[in-house]
Design a protein around this ligand. Structure first.
Ligand code: CDT
Length: 301
């Protein structure tokens, strides 16, 4: 049996005025709590260090570079890496990345239990739009501030488990899970910032927003026989509400832990990664049952 207690560190809102240092202190408190519950792999949200800045329009996009990190770890996040090493907790979190050659990505990193970065993912499915849109109830300018990720979907054998990362909107796309599933993934980590109101479909309620999030992650877990951990940044940021609903989903697609609040909240569940084998060797044995000769459209359009 390959068992590990996995945690989801849901975070409450981060206001524009909050410093990176204050946010990292909250992340460290969640990590300490996680250690007390036996967690050895901890998942934080997308853009965990800052407010969800793509809701704000800047004519000069360079003004938004204040929300980006040019190195990781850096001065603000080093204490989190140090604590993780001391407690023996592997972790993943999202942040806005500005590369030395001037590229902007919505990124997440994965560490081992010694605090070494072992994996990096750059968000591939960027939602929203790239110019100010007066017809929306709020802006969602990810296409303005980020480039589509250039690293593809990868997995890493980390602490004895095949792990892969995705970020927020990626969780709504079956291709995300299948790309990782085809590499034998056993744990998919997904941080998200999801506005509770659809900016183009005002009648979609919070209930349906949460349902679509669960639906996507439960289907992705079941159809690829993998654990999925989805972790929100939630609550009201400078007047804009983000939904909560962080979950841990098992390889049968069942939710085994769920957050109850829209604040900093730890969820945790024991995951037995040998449970991924059953689905991968029976109904979802890809090599035996997939019919790729009929899937050309998926790769070409
Ligand atoms: N952060 C992120 O990707 N949020 C999107 C909102 C979609 S509406 C433009 C999501 O899919 O949750």
């Amino acid at each position: 049996m390959r068992k590990m207690i996995v945690g989801g560190a849901q975070m409450g809102p981060i206001q524009k005025a909050d410093t990176r240092e204050a946010v990292v202190a909250r992340m460290m408190a969640l990590m300490t709590e996680a250690h007390g519950r036996g967690v050895t792999m901890l998942v934080y949200p997308e853009l965990a260090l800052t407010t969800f800045f793509p809701r704000w329009y800047a004519k000069d996009r360079a003004e938004m570079d204040i929300w980006f990190e040019t190195e990781m770890p850096n001065g603000a996040t080093q204490p989190l890496f140090d604590l993780a090493r001391e407690l023996g907790i592997a972790f993943t979190f999202g942040f806005a990345e500005l590369t030395p050659d001037g590229h902007h990505f919505n990124t997440s990193i994965l560490t081992d239990r010694a605090g070494n970065i072992v994996g990096r993912y750059r968000k591939i499915h960027l939602p929203g739009h790239d110019e100010y849109d007066p017809d929306r109830t709020h802006q969602h300018l990810e296409k303005r501030y980020f480039e589509p990720g250039d690293l593809g979907f990868n997995v890493w054998r980390n602490e004895g488990v095949v792990m892969g990362m995705a970020i927020c909107n990626d969780r709504r796309w079956p291709e995300t899970y299948r790309e990782l599933g085809l590499q034998g993934v056993e744990l998919i980590t997904i941080g998200y910032n999801t506005p509770s109101v659809n900016s183009q479909k005002g009648d979609e309620g919070l209930r349906q927003r949460l349902f679509h999030s669960d639906l996507s992650m439960q289907a992705g877990a079941y159809q690829n026989s993998t654990y999925v951990v989805g972790v929100a940044k939630a609550g009201t940021e400078d007047g804009h509400h983000l939904m909560g609903g962080s979950v841990i989903v098992d390889p049968d697609g069942e939710i085994i832990a769920r957050a109850m609040t829209e604040d900093d909240e730890l969820i945790a569940a024991e995951c037995d990664f040998d449970r991924c084998t059953f689905g991968k060797t029976t109904v979802f044995d890809f090599a035996r049952h997939r019919r790729i000769e009929h899937y050309q459209r998926i790769g070409s359009q």
